[in-house]
Design a protein around this ligand. Structure first.
Ligand SMILES: [Zn+2]
Length: 487
């Protein structure tokens, strides 16, 4: 009898993340960095690499890169330098990119994230500062099959940080959750707007397999064109499965770069992976070394805001919120600020959290807006909650009022007055309507008399209909019970 032993594989993933820094001007010249400007309108001799032009380092870009490094728990190099990375591609007018090679600005950091209730830590190998390339626009859907390509150099020279993790991630899902956490840290730190859909946050992934327990790494592939968090996970799931099949069938894997084809859901071989020596790195002779002193680093450290995981923990602790609420409310610093400002106005946290997670986020999503783009004020939301507490309006009408506040920024009290939305709690007025509804629905009324309490909901609904939703449901229920069940 032969026993088939199947090798169990461990997945090893490391990520390389590029984030554009949200400085006003480019990293080595004074050109603006505005997104969506007319093609080639934000360029100058420096970022076009014209002969005789010289780069000057943008101090703000250095500060943002240091802040990112500090937020990722890195050591900041007191001395680092820039290097030329040579490669020939039309979106790179100088035919080299100014980057950092052997002496990056930040090293040896880590990021913690939580997955399935477990805290995981991923090492950050380095964070370095470099310049962005231009953008190729192909006449067809992609380069292959296009008749021509155009280049927009507006993006060329925007400051970029490259963040390289250690190969510490063990599943495609972990890679996605880690990346979401990293994005949030950069967002809270305020150094990048990290929009994957606009390309200001990009991610390449290195993945390899090895027999469980082995400490040697297998041949890795670098997966490119990961345009969303979802595609990071999907592409890595596909690639892990592909590599497993190759290994199980006795094949050999080679180090290569593969392109994720989102539509077909597969990775496709692009080229054998280049090695560092292919780029002929050498020190950039037009820039002096970057020297950073302790006082500067400490000033930037003091400017760091409370980071997402710390803020989540505080929301649970200070406001007694469930973890889930704390996570939702800290998806952006603006949302977290709005929540805290509302609580300061209203005094209680959970009702505010419920309204923000419910109606507020629903409307934001429906309109594709960000928190800072809408006019509802913290005081407005607090006033609305008080109107409901005081019984002036019921919760359903509250939603209607909130929607108008969301669109117009008007005060809730004014909306209620203008539209005559005050709740009807007057027993005499409601009693007449209750009697009409009972008379018009004798079957339902009998059902209630016979103890079928589902029918009472139907009758309450009828009264609400008659009153345009303004009846106080508690008073209506009490009246129905009194009349049908004798109190
Ligand atoms: Zn320029």
């Amino acid at each position: 009898m032969s026993v088939e032993t199947k090798v169990e594989y461990e997945i090893v993933i490391g990520l390389e993340i590029h984030a554009e820094l949200s400085t006003e001007s480019k990293v080595f010249c004074g050109c603006r960095t505005t997104f969506g400007a007319d093609p080639n309108s934000l360029v100058c001799p420096v970022c076009l690499g014209l002969p005789g032009s010289l780069p000057v380092l943008n101090r703000k870009a250095v500060e943002y890169a240091i802040k990112a490094g500090l937020a990722l728990n890195c050591e900041i190099a007191r001395y680092s330098k820039f290097d030329r990375k040579q490669y020939f591609y039309p979106d790179l007018p100088k035919a080299y990119q100014i980057s950092q090679y052997d002496l990056p600005l930040c090293r040896n950091g880590w990021v913690e994230f939580e997955i399935n209730g477990e805290v995981r830590r991923v090492g950050i190998n380095r964070v370095h500062l470099e310049e962005e390339a231009g953008k190729s626009v192909h006449s067809g859907e992609r380069l292959l099959g296009s008749e021509y390509s155009l280049i927009d150099y507006n993006r060329g020279g925007i400051p970029l940080i490259e963040i390289v993790t250690e190969p510490d991630l063990r599943s495609p899902e972990e890679a996605r959750v880690f990346l979401e956490q990293l994005r949030q840290i950069l967002l809270f730190t305020g150094v990048s707007d990290v929009k994957m859909e606009e390309g200001s946050l990009r991610c390449d992934a290195n993945i390899s397999l090895r027999p469980k327990g082995s400490t040697k790494f297998g041949a890795k592939t670098e997966v490119k064109n990961l345009n969303s968090f979802r595609s990071v996970q999907r592409a890595l799931e596909y690639e892990a499965q592909r590599q497993r099949e190759v290994l199980e069938s006795g094949g050999t894997l080679y180090q290569e770069t593969r392109h994720w084809d989102e539509n077909r859901g597969v990775t496709v071989a692009m080229r054998s992976k280049e090695e560092a020596h292919d780029y002929r790195y050498f020190p950039e002779p037009d820039l002096v070394p970057l020297v950073v002193d302790e006082a500067w680093i400490e000033r930037l450290r003091a400017e760091l805001p409370e980071l997402p995981r710390a803020r989540q923990a505080r929301f649970v602790e200070q406001y007694g919120l469930p973890r889930y609420d704390a996570e939702v409310l800290t998806t952006s610093p603006q949302l977290a600020d709005f929540f805290e400002a509302c609580v300061a106005e209203y005094g209680q946290a959970k009702p505010v959290s419920n309204w923000i997670m419910g109606e507020f986020l629903r409307l934001l999503k429906a309109e594709g807006k960000a928190v800072e783009q809408v006019q509802v004020s913290p005081k407005g939301l607090a006033d609305l909650l008080r109107l409901i507490d005081q019984g002036v309006i019921n919760a359903n009408v509250g939603k209607e009022v909130f929607e108008e506040m969301f669109h117009t920024g008007k005060e809730p009290g004014a909306i209620v007055k203008e539209r005559g939305l005050e709740q009807i709690s007057d027993t005499a007025a409601l009693a007449a309507i209750v009697d009409q509804v009972i008379a018009a629905n004798p079957d339902a009324a009998d059902n209630v008399r016979n103890g079928e309490m589902k029918a009472i909901g139907f009758l309450i609904g009828q009264v609400m209909k008659q009153t345009g939703g303004k009846a106080n449901p508690k008073v209506v229920q009490a009246l129905l019970r009194e009349r049908l069940l004798g109190g």
